[in-house]
Design a protein around this ligand. Structure first.
Ligand code: GDP
Ligand code: IMO
Ligand code: MG
Length: 428
């Protein structure tokens, strides 16, 4: 397949970074198409563990282009810090390219994100407070500042001043909080702009030319299907389109150029932040999964909420994204449990429903219907290098996932390292 999107089928943190890095060996370009530095993608290369937020997980291969597409919201300060972090660890960022159409996250976005969350009180979304929502809001409102604006410093300054003044009015009048320092921001961001200019190009041209030349392009999703602004658990979600439909609009390719979608599925479910979670385990089993899977946020360090795998969600993700393959991660974390549960439907007013509802009130009335499966031991899964060697019960678990989602599991991951990955079929 010449183009493939790797995306999260749940609420994020499925292991997209690890799987993208693994598949990137076969790719020529790795492209982010949405989100911003709210993402936290962990990639282990050899003995090193890297945490990426904005830069695509293909960056560890010197001969590949790493692209930040127009659909991404870019915080120039966070970007420069990430470039520095990688360079200091000996990872080159020379092959990084960023879309001139990408919108910029500015300090007022972050401040407003924090203030909005505070104001929501108990109804807070639990955002990463990286300014994601406020930045996308400005983009839609048509007052955003794009990276191409950095090439005209005077106009950039003028626009930035206008926005700072507007946002300061909001900060002062709506939130009664201290305003931001206009001059400091102008000075700081003109300097950041000068430093990142060299990476900024029309990435849509670059990606399309590469596809025409027969190169292999991997699109890396951030967040997950259930955090999608249209199809997620509204309003407890992010402000972009992590689903496969986000790829064309977030990169400037035609929808017909996307040949496949790989859904990354954690062997159980996790969620950071607020919002409904039908299969959540608020007991010792949930605590045990969190401990064994080391389920703490890469970006915010918050403990992740844990629960059983949700088949209703997988079917929904399969339909929305047109999934052509699944990658199951963290199968090792489930080792040691006698019995495992998979949710196969939701019970609503005495009936079983199998489609994910739109209304959170409806979702709140749903209780998961579980099927119990036998588990496998740590000894049985340790050191396994091929699918055939997997414990029989792990194979049955995978088979059930395939039945519930209607999609083949082509990749199985049993550890964070590249070597702890098994591939059943070449997909790129
Ligand atoms: P992403 O946001 O989807 O890229 O996922 P994160 O990096 O936020 O979280 C996934 C975590 O699980 C990271 O710490 C990975 O190193 C780790 N991980 C990925 N795959 C596996 C796996 O198969 N087994 C284990 N034990 N850890 C994994
Ligand atoms: P990766 O790419 C998990 C969640 C936040 C919050 C909601 C909105 O690592 O999978 P935002 O800051 O985007 O406005 O927050 O979305 N969220 C994530 N949860 N993984 C992520 O990214 C996330 N990015 C945002 O916790 O509930
Ligand atoms: Mg993450």
């Amino acid at each position: 397949m010449s183009t493939l999107v790797v995306l999260g089928a749940q609420w994020g943190d499925e292991g997209k970074g690890k799987i993208t890095d693994y598949l990137a060996e076969e790719a020529d370009l790795v492209v982010r198409y949405q989100g911003g530095d709210n993402a936290g993608h962990t990639v282990e290369v050899g003995d090193n563990k890297y945490k990426l937020h904005l830069i695509p997980s293909g960056i560890f291969y010197k001969d590949k282009l790493s692209i930040i597409g127009n659909g991404v919201v870019v915080n120039p300060k966070a970007l420069l810090e990430e470039i520095k972090y990688l360079n200091e660890l000996g990872v080159s960022t020379d092959n990084l390219r960023i879309s001139d159409r990408a919108h910029m996250i500015l300090p007022y976005h972050i401040r407003i994100d924090q203030l909005e969350e505070k104001k929501r009180g108990k109804d807070k979304i639990g955002t990463t407070t990286k300014g994601i929502g406020p930045c996308y809001k400005d983009k839609v409102e048509r007052i955003g500042i794009r990276l191409c604006d950095l090439f005209y410093e005077e106009e950039f300054e003028e626009r930035l001043r206008r926005n700072i003044r507007l946002k300061n009015e909001i900060i002062q009048k709506v939130y009664q909080e201290e305003v931001l320092n206009e001059e400091e921001i102008i000075k700081e961001y003109i300097s950041y702009g000068r430093q990142i200019k060299k990476y900024i190009v029309d990435t849509s041209v670059l990606i399309n030319e590469s596809i025409e030349q027969g190169k292999k392009v991997l699109f890396e999703g951030a967040q997950g299907t259930l955090l999608d602004i249209d199809f997620g658990t509204y309003p407890y979600l992010t402000s972009s389109h992590p689903i496969s439909g986000g790829v064309p609009v977030g990169t400037g390719i035609s929808p017909f150029q996307l040949k496949g979608a790989l859904g990354v599925v954690k062997a159980y479910t996790t969620r950071v932040g607020e919002g409904p979670f039908p299969t959540e385990l608020l007991d010792e089993t949930g605590d045990l999964i969190r401990e064994k899977g080391f389920e703490f946020g890469t970006t915010t360090g918050r403990p992740r909420r844990c629960g059983w795998l949700d088949g209703v969600m997988l079917k929904y993700a399969s339909r929305l994204n047109g999934l052509t393959s699944l990658a199951i991660t963290k199968l090792d974390t489930l080792a040691g449990f006698d019995k495992l549960k998979i949710c196969t439907g939701y019970e609503l007013n005495g009936e079983i429903i199998r489609d994910f509802p739109a209304s959170l009130t409806t979702l709140g009335k749903c209780s998961p219907v579980y099927e119990e499966l036998d588990g496998w031991s740590e000894e049985e899964i340790l050191g396994v290098t091929s699918f055939d060697q997997l414990p029989e019960n792990a194979k049955k678990y995978i088979q059930r996932i395939e039945e519930l989602s209607g999609v083949n599991v082509d990749i199985v991951s049993i550890g964070p390292k590249r070597s702890e990955t098994m591939i059943r079929r070449d997909i790129l």
